[in-house]
Design a protein around this ligand. Structure first.
Ligand SMILES: CSC[C@@H](O)[C@@H](O)C(=O)COP(=O)(O)O
Length: 347
């Protein structure tokens, strides 16, 4: 079991500034399974703890997974080094377990690979690399958010804006700041946001549990809606722009993101609403030609058959529980990274 540091009272005072951090050889994360009811910090020190935290979404969100993956390899390299010698095979085996803890977000294997590339130089070099990824994550997200905010203001005319978002792409999903939700923060700081509609994001409620929590923390006006209310909100003229993150973007611009994203993209296209994806360059996977090649994680049916601890599906009923879907490039107005704005067919 990872060491737990429960906190009580208002979160901001007692919490680490970063959602993922490094302290005395431990990976320190905010336990995202416990929010918003409980404010809990976990210290991960073993490979099993890292893999478990990733698999059960105690730490989640593509950029956060990249950083945790790299730090996990750094811990492994330190554990398997004695007297100036590193058992590289042991480190590579643990790195492989971490990289495969979840399959869809390319950032996880990217972070692991970045750290592993320094293994021949020894454990300190591996840690340096992981800490570099941790340090750059916030800068990257802020730069992508600035570019995305500029673009959103170009693509829309109404002020202030009514924005719709899905899942959680904020400081919890990254080491700090966020991607799509970072863009919301940036627009809010520019005085350009009237309201955010946060889709609840069935089945694990990253939108209502985490995004609403972050928006409240930042003082940004918001409402939570069920995922299936999004198209109706667009039809009623309540949404000026849809902003989402990504777990993997293929060479042709297809975007894997939290299940439900594709439906929002279809609805946005139907209503002529810009659909903007904000993600770091590390989420782009040029090795895959299109979204058809993406491995989409399918999660346990228990996430669907129960709600709030109550069984809501007849006993024995089978489930289909993909954690992600793929939005085709032609439904995406633009993908914005820290380096560029890639506009596709729809704009
Ligand atoms: C900046 S986070 C981008 C994506 O990782 C996010 O939208 C998402 O789909 C996360 O899914 P999750 O299953 O909660 O890890």
């Amino acid at each position: 079991m990872p060491e737990q540091q429960p906190t009580t009272g208002p979160a901001a005072a007692a919490w680490p500034a970063r959602s993922v951090d490094w302290q005395d050889g431990a990976i320190v994360i905010i336990d995202q399974t416990a929010l918003p009811a409980e404010h809990r910090v976990l210290r991960l020190t073993t490979c099993a703890e890292v893999v478990d935290a990733i698999a059960r979404l105690a730490v989640r969100g593509a950029p956060a997974l990249g950083v945790v993956g790299a730090l996990g390899v750094a811990q492994s390299a330190a554990r398997h080094s004695t007297n100036g010698r590193t058992d590289e095979a042991a480190v590579r085996a643990e790195a492989d377990r971490i990289a495969h803890a979840r399959p869809t977000a390319v950032n996880l294997s990217w972070g692991v690979r970045r750290a592993l590339a320094r293994l021949p130089e020894g454990p300190s070099a591996v840690l340096d690399e992981a800490l570099e990824l941790l340090a750059t994550d916030e800068r990257t997200n802020r730069e992508a958010s600035r570019r995305a905010a500029d673009l959103v203001l170009e693509l829309t005319s109404r002020r202030p804006l009514r924005l719709l978002t899905h899942c959680n792409t904020g400081r919890l999903a990254t080491a700090a700041w966020g991607t799509a939700l970072g863009t919301v923060r940036e627009l809010w700081q520019r005085g350009a946001v009237a309201e955010v509609l946060a889709c609840e994001t069935r089945p694990l409620l990253q939108g209502s549990r985490l995004t609403a929590w972050e928006l409240a923390e930042a003082g940004i006006p918001h409402r939570v809606c069920v995922d299936s209310a999004a198209a109706f909100a667009m039809a009623r003229g309540m949404v000026d722009c849809v902003l989402v993150g990504a777990d993997r973007i293929t060479a042709n611009g297809d975007v894997a993101n939290k299940i439900g994203t594709y439906a929002h993209a279809i609805a946005a296209a139907r209503h002529g609403i810009p659909f903007v994806v904000v993600a770091p360059e590390s989420t782009i996977d040029p090795s895959l030609a299109s979204g058809a090649e993406i491995t989409v994680e399918e999660r346990d049916g228990g996430e669907v058959t129960s709600f709030g601890g109550t069984r809501v599906v007849p006993a024995g009923c089978a489930t289909f529980n993909p954690a992600f879907d793929v939005t085709p490039a032609d439904l995406v107005s633009a993908v914005v990274t820290e380096e560029r704005v890639v506009t596709a067919a729809r704009t």
